[in-house]
Design a protein around this ligand. Structure first.
Ligand code: ATP
Length: 316
């Protein structure tokens, strides 16, 4: 089984209890572990895979809480770092008009230092670049770039999810798109939401989006479409793989569960590059990943809702 390295942020989301209030009115918050790369690492480990988290948290109980959540979910945290800077936190509420109200206090996640001693362990393994905060600067952005270079030179299978967060890139979307380009050029597998595919490709039509994204460089694309399923696109073929019908209560983390499940299955292959040649194999994997995404929407919170293998296999 290959190891999957997930690089980026692990932070605390404070979720307002009484949704429908903006943050000025919200007064009770629930503390949850968050961060897309951390969610993906948990999704893989919960299915029985080997995932390693590379990211940085702060001192004290908040940092310990976050690393404890990863450990409880069997993620290898031996490469996680702690800095003296406070743990990154976000306060989130959905206001009465349905808009997300969001306050972000960026701390330790941006302090991640590059560690050159890890490079050799990337050899033939899977490296997932799925950080929402890495491209915002700090040491994390520098480390992200260097790990990307290492993955390219170590024959790693490279997965990329841009994880665009509109709250973090207001008026600066073009910079975000530009920073994504090297990853889309070189990654073996790119996962986009519909919004991301449209933003990066500069098109609204889904097929045209895929064409532009393939022209940038990536050979294999999955575009997740919520309840409408997933579009799998290679340079020669496009397949829409339907979602599993469920009654969603909270869609947080569905995309992370999806890519985590896909990477878990790829990690079981002797040669992960096999998926680039075998579209039927990949279609079957996307079908399973759709199940993981769907199951995650049926409960509240991202990490607690991630399915284990038994739950996944129970869906026919
Ligand atoms: P995120 O908010 O985590 O970034 P995303 O936009 O990347 O999510 P989604 O498209 O919401 O990802 O969901 C990922 C996958 O989860 C979908 O491709 C689908 O298979 C499954 N999924 C999501 N929402 C639903 C739903 N309402 N019903 C069934 N399946 C769903």
């Amino acid at each position: 089984m290959k190891k999957v390295y997930c690089i980026g942020e692990l932070l605390i989301d404070f979720i307002a209890e009484n949704q429908g209030n903006d943050l000025s009115k919200a007064d009770v918050f629930t503390k949850k572990a968050g961060g897309a790369p951390a969610n993906v690492a948990c999704a893989i480990a919960k299915l029985g895979g080997l995932s390693k988290f590379i990211g940085c948290v702060g001192p004290g109980q908040f940092g310990s809480f976050l690393l404890g959540v990863l450990e409880d979910n069997h993620v290898d945290i031996s490469l996680a770092q702690r800095s003296k800077t406070f743990t990154t936190i976000a306060f989130v509420s959905i206001a009465e008009d349905g808009e997300r109200d969001f306050v972000f206090s960026r701390g330790a996640d941006k302090k991640l230092k590059y560690d050159s001693s890890i490079k050799n362990s990337f050899q033939d393994n899977i490296i997932h670049f799925g950080s929402a905060t890495a491209l915002l600067g700090g040491d994390l952005e520098a480390a992200y770039g260097r790990y990307f270079f290492d993955a390219l030179t170590q024959n790693s299978f490279i997965s990329f999810d841009p994880n665009f967060r509109a709250d973090l890139w207001k008026e600066e979307e073009a910079i975000f798109v530009k920073k994504c380009m090297p990853f889309i050029q070189k990654a073996h597998l790119c996962k986009f939401s519909l919004e991301e595919a449209q933003l990066i490709a500069g098109k609204t039509n889904l097929e045209e989006c895929c064409d532009v994204l393939h022209e940038i460089g990536t050979k294999t694309i999955v575009i997740t479409l919520g309840g409408d399923g997933t579009l799998l696109s290679t340079e020669n073929t496009k397949h829409k793989i339907p979602s599993i019908p469920v009654t969603p209560v909270d869609t947080t983390g569905a995309g992370d569960a999806f890519i985590g499940c896909l990477l878990y299955q790829i990690s079981l292959l002797h040669d992960p590059m096999q998926i680039l040649e075998d579209i039927d194999l990949l279609k079957g994997m996307v079908k399973e990943a759709n199940k993981a995404g769907a199951l995650t929407t049926t409960n509240f919170g991202a990490i607690p809702s991630l399915p284990n293998l038994e739950q996944l296999q129970a869906i026919k």
